[in-house]
Design a protein around this ligand. Structure first.
Ligand code: FES
Ligand code: FES
Length: 163
């Protein structure tokens, strides 16, 4: 079947098997390997992307379901400051919110969603907000610190750029 969607501000049209998952379209067909696969069973959140502005686990979405939609991956977020990082990425950098980095793209997308929903979360709200994303390395402490830091340093919606 043919899917026609927008990925990081670029139109994408591809013929794919009907069973193709969105995460596999992104990684294997489009080469956007910043979106990770940790489980394939909706447990880990490593595959989190934004579908029409809402964070989703892309291993639970068929590419066909994304037909006509707008997808944003970790490669498609940025800012116009000199770091080129959006505020959540910058906060993870500044507060060492990662170790191996495997969970990080999904965590960043989950925290972006959290801050859209709740721009000034408490620590408990951050912990609840990221509870669909697993990290095997950090013990979550610095991820929570980074999310709270991102909330404090937020200046509104990040600029969206083409990958
Ligand atoms: Fe999608 Fe783990 S790979 S939730
Ligand atoms: Fe390694 Fe989170 S930093 S899984």
């Amino acid at each position: 079947m043919t899917v026609d969607l927008e990925v990081n501000d670029r139109r994408v049209v591809r013929d794919v098997p009907a069973r193709t998952l969105l995460v596999h379209l992104l990684r294997d067909i489009l080469g956007l390997t910043g979106t990770h696969v940790g489980c394939d069973t909706t447990q880990c959140g490593a595959c989190t992307v934004e579908l029409d502005g809402v964070a989703v686990k892309s291993c639970t979405v068929l590419a066909a379901q994304a037909d006509g939609c707008s997808i944003r991956t970790i490669e498609g977020i940025s800012s116009d400051d000199e770091s080129g990082l959006d505020r959540v990425q910058r906060a993870f950098w500044d507060k060492h919110g990662l170790q191996c980095g495997f969970c990080t793209p999904g965590m960043v997308m989950a925290v972006r969603q959290l801050l859209r929903d709740n721009p000034a979360p408490t620590e408990d709200e951050v912990r609840r907000g990221i509870d669909g994303n697993l990290c095997r390395c950090t013990g979550y402490q610095n991820i929570v610190v980074a999310a709270l830091h991102a909330a404090r340093t937020g200046t509104g919606e990040e600029r969206r750029v083409s990958s």
